[in-house]
Design a protein around this ligand. Structure first.
Ligand code: C2O
Ligand code: CU
Length: 463
């Protein structure tokens, strides 16, 4: 077996014998390497210095992984960072041991260490990977990238474009990533940046043609920003959310909200004229900014109109048995302006002031951070309903690992399959899912400063 290390050690020998045949890469060969390491990239506009990031493959977002549904992914994580790290494969119905959560499914990989991730990809869709250690810092420094699992039978579109929406907080003088651990971020809406980017660039531009049909895979990889999006000069449909196809494409008629970690697959037609411009617009309040500029040059040879056919559904996703479901409740408390009266922290009851001194501002069911006991223990295959009450002033993006859920709507219907649900202050929302995947699965707010300062729990599914 040749690991990366032995290859490096053998570099001199190879250089001395340049005519050695190269080793063929075949199935079952050594896994590809994902090295988490420092790199310098241009994030700020031209004229500003480069920014030092922590990334996979020297870039942010990291190299796109694109594989066929049903295939097996093998990646060897090598940690060349100054901190322990791990890799989480967000939204994948994964083997629990490969979920990448330090303290729950593995030990964090120490600097200089490595870990082999190897798992099947049962579902097609738009997913992403990111560090799950010290995430509020490591993901913001750039340890994240897209994971695209392709359907055998893809939709009829001219192009497939992955658009990773993110933001960075850069020091305007030096262009470097601003320091972490700001109390205001933790206790309020989380760390938002001062420069919004797409695929790591603040001025992402794509050349398109009039009447071209595009599949856009939007991924919000930011720490805390809720992207509020509209289309200009482009029209279309949402065809999947958080990787999972909608039963029917949904026309985009209003502002699309994409919370941290959420994804949306769109199929859109360029309606702007040849020579004109189209935009993916990001709203901050009522002010719109061009998040992505589409320069319209030329005409597509075929013009399609009318809704696309739905994407093929992923197997075994039905959420049934709601009447006999195991019922659970999650009471979300804390944050600025409200706090909590008392919560359990490190095995004792503390008030909000004492929790805040330890940089903890949030509690789930009266516990700050990971509780000793899981929120609930489900039998494999059991249907579970969790009622979540957001007793805070802030929005939260609640993410469950290893499963997709549906929202139980007030009228009794079910929402689309998702792995991350955006909840606003004072909302109560209920989700339901079939606990089909054995293991310990974390359940947390994906506004990463919130997860780091209390909003973290886990569930257990028996084997
Ligand atoms: Cu995207 Cu717990 O993770
Ligand atoms: Cu939150």
């Amino acid at each position: 077996m040749i690991t990366r290390r032995s290859l490096l050690a053998g570099t001199a020998a190879l250089a001395a014998a340049p005519l050695l045949p190269r080793r063929a890469v075949t199935a079952g060969a050594d896994p590809e390497i994902m090295e988490a390491a420092l790199a310098r990239v241009q994030i700020a506009p031209e004229g500003y210095p480069q920014t030092e990031i922590w990334g996979y493959g020297g870039a942010v977002p990291g190299t796109e992984i694109r594989v066929a549904q049903g295939s097996r992914l093998r990646r060897r994580l090598i940690n060349s960072l100054p901190q322990p790290t791990s890799l989480h494969w967000h939204g994948i119905r994964i083997d629990n041991a490969m979920d990448g959560v330090p303290g729950v499914t593995q030990e964090a990989v120490r600097p200089g260490g490595e870990f082999l991730y190897e798992f099947d990809l049962p579902d097609a869709g738009t997913y992403w990977y990111h560090s799950h250690n010290q995430s509020y810092e490591q993901v913001a420094r750039g340890l994240q990238g897209p994971l695209i699992v392709e359907e055998a039978d893809g939709p009829d579109a001219d192009r497939d474009e992955v658009l990773v929406l993110d933001d960075f907080r850069l020091d305007p003088e030096t262009g470097q990533i601003a320091a972490f651990g700001n109390m205001h971020d933790f206790s309020h809406g989380g760390r938002t940046g001062n420069i919004a980017v797409t695929n790591g660039a603040f001025n992402k531009t794509l050349a398109v043609k009039h009447n071209e049909r595009l599949r856009l895979r939007l991924i919000n990889s930011s720490n805390a920003r809720i992207f509020a999006l509209e289309l200009r000069g482009i029209e279309g449909w949402i065809v999947a959310l958080d990787g999972m196809p909608l039963e029917a494409p949904q026309p985009i008629t209003e502002r699309l909200l994409l919370a941290s970690a959420q994804r949306a697959d769109l199929i859109v037609d360029v309606t702007a004229d040849d020579g004109g411009e189209a935009h993916l617009v990001r709203f901050e309040g009522e002010e719109g900014f061009s998040q992505v500029l589409f320069e319209v040059r030329g005409q597509a040879s075929v013009a399609r109109r009318g809704p696309p056919v739905p994407l093929p559904p992923n197997a075994d996703m039905a959420v049934t048995g709601l009447d006999d479901a195991l019922r659970s409740r999650l009471h979300m408390e804390g944050g600025a302006m409200r706090g909590f009266a008392s919560a359990r922290m490190d095995g004792r009851d503390v008030d909000f002031r004492e929790a805040a001194q330890a940089m903890n501002f949030w509690a789930f069911n009266g516990v700050v951070g990971m509780p000793e006991e899981p929120l609930f223990v489900a039998e494999r295959g059991q249907t579970v309903r969790v009622e979540m009450r957001n007793d805070t002033m802030f929005p939260h993006a609640m993410h469950l690992h290893g499963h997709h859920f549906r929202e139980v709507l007030p009228g009794g219907g079910l929402g689309p399959l998702r792995d991350t649900l955006l909840m606003f202050g004072d909302e109560t929302r209920e989700i339901a899912f079939v606990a089909h995947n054995p293991g310990d699965w974390v359940f947390h707010c994906h506004m990463l400063s919130h997860a780091a300062s209390g909003m973290m729990t886990r569930i257990k599914v028996l084997a």
